[in-house]
Design a protein around this ligand. Sequence first.
Ligand code: GRF
Length: 197
Amino acid sequence: MTPLALGILGSGKGSNCRAILEQIRAGNLNAEVRLVISDVLEAGILDIARAFEVPNAYLPPGKYRTRLEPQVEQDLVKMLRDAEVNLVVLAGFMRVLKAPMLDAFPRRIINIHPSLLPKFPGIEAWKQALAAGEKTTGCTVHYVESGIDTGEIIAQREVPISPGDTPATLHERIQLAEYALYPSVIAQFARGERQSK
Ligand code: GRF
């Protein structure tokens, strides 16, 4: 089977991107990362792409804070299409995608969120779970739609909350679960078990 062509978008340290690249390298995931794109010049995710010798680019986001400027988003669509990307993987990408991307890749954009959605959408979801006194939280992979963290849920993994947890220790435990969950969901797409409808 041809490897699934991925485009990964991120704004931060890129540890999920690393986990995906490691699973590909280990032969556990039949995929190829065609392009890693970041809206943050100094983001660790670009260093990781370079370390794995994957094509990568900084995409200057334009004048808005929470989304891409429309022309920039059109450019992003073109970059991903030119690279013949089949599945767009958001890995810590901190901007909301709009019509250009959503129309170009229907049910072909997925995201990972550090809570058991629909609980705790939005930022620092692990802090929200701690503050709410939850005993369990986790992570969710979902399709990306126009709402924030509201798209159809694909898979979830539970993570226990310990009495002594701080935001940092809990976030670390959730991230370990993410590194297992995200590649396993992408593998479902790679095997053709999930497709855009
Ligand atoms: C992850 O915790 C993910 O759930 C959230 O952003 C974080 C990205 O971390 N959407 P990293 O850049 O992959 O290390």
